[in-house]
Design a protein around this ligand. Structure first.
Ligand SMILES: [Zn+2]
Length: 262
């Protein structure tokens, strides 16, 4: 049902794109003129017109005929979102977006770039929707297991959140590795935008220096350095410090996304 709606919405999108861009873009123009020679079933534009017609006919709202394609798509989107949200486990992600615990714009940004392999992308989406076959999912939803405890630590429910950020077994090594890699990439990008001369093109080829200075000396970037404070402060080693030498200010960056189970 959802796949069908998504498919129909996408067909309408493509048809709209072809219809509006063919005048300016010669390639779109070629596609459009090829389209017009195709039999009904192979033509996206004709299929889109048929879908729109169907939708107008099946709509219970009397004013549906006045609705443009945009409103039709918005209605579809709204009803899909509602269905998604009503799912007890899969819906938690969208609920968290609505509660602004997750940034709606940022969380879907990677999808718009399209630089991951299909399989990787679908796995991330499944993980976000908590639709991977964790033991918790197998116990509560699929009813194929009776024990929901984590395969590694056997202490807590094996949920996606647990695997990603709260398993005490993974915390010993895997989470630290991930943390360090995220920091290294962030450090690399900070160096890049502040004008530090970099000897490597890719962040993963480079080991951050403890102290880096931008060309001209405006900014100093410290990696994993202890803060000098008047009083003793525990955990005084932020991952990255950006010091603006002109203004005399510091920005401290410390990354943390490991949870502890209650
Ligand atoms: Zn565990």
């Amino acid at each position: 049902m959802q796949i069908e709606a998504a498919y129909k919405a996408e067909i309408i999108n493509i048809a709209e794109y072809l219809n509006t861009n063919y005048k300016e873009d010669q390639f779109v123009n070629i596609v459009k003129s090829h389209e017009s020679t195709q039999p009904n079933m192979n033509s996206i534009i004709k299929t889109a017109a048929k879908i729109t017609e169907e939708l107008i006919q099946s709509s219970e709202k009397g004013d549906a005929k006045q609705d443009g394609i945009q409103q039709t798509k918005a209605r579809w989107g709204e009803s899909l979102r509602k269905k998604w949200k009503n799912k007890v486990i899969n819906g938690q992600y969208i609920t968290n977006i609505d509660r602004e615990l997750i940034s709606e714009e940022d969380t879907f940004l990677w999808l718009s770039k399209g630089d991951l392999k299909e399989e990787t992308g679908s796995e991330i989406v499944a993980a976000q929707d908590q639709a991977l076959q964790t033991k918790y999912y197998a116990t509560k939803i699929l009813n194929t297991e009776t024990d929901s405890k984590c395969r590694l630590c056997q202490q807590f429910d094996e949920t996606i959140d647990h695997i990603i950020s709260a398993s005490p077994i993974l915390a010993k090594e895997q989470y630290i590795k991930r943390h360090d890699r995220v920091c290294a990439q962030l450090h690399f990008n900070i160096c890049k935008v502040t004008g530090v001369q970099l000897d490597k093109k890719q962040w993963y080829e480079r080991v951050p220096d403890l102290v880096e200075t931008s060309q001209g000396g405006k900014v100093t970037i410290l990696w994993n350095q202890q803060l000098q404070t008047d009083r003793t402060i525990p955990n005084n080693k932020p991952d990255i410090i950006i010091r603006d030498n002109e203004k005399g200010t510091c920005m401290l960056i410390d990354l943390q996304y490991q949870e502890t189970e209650m």
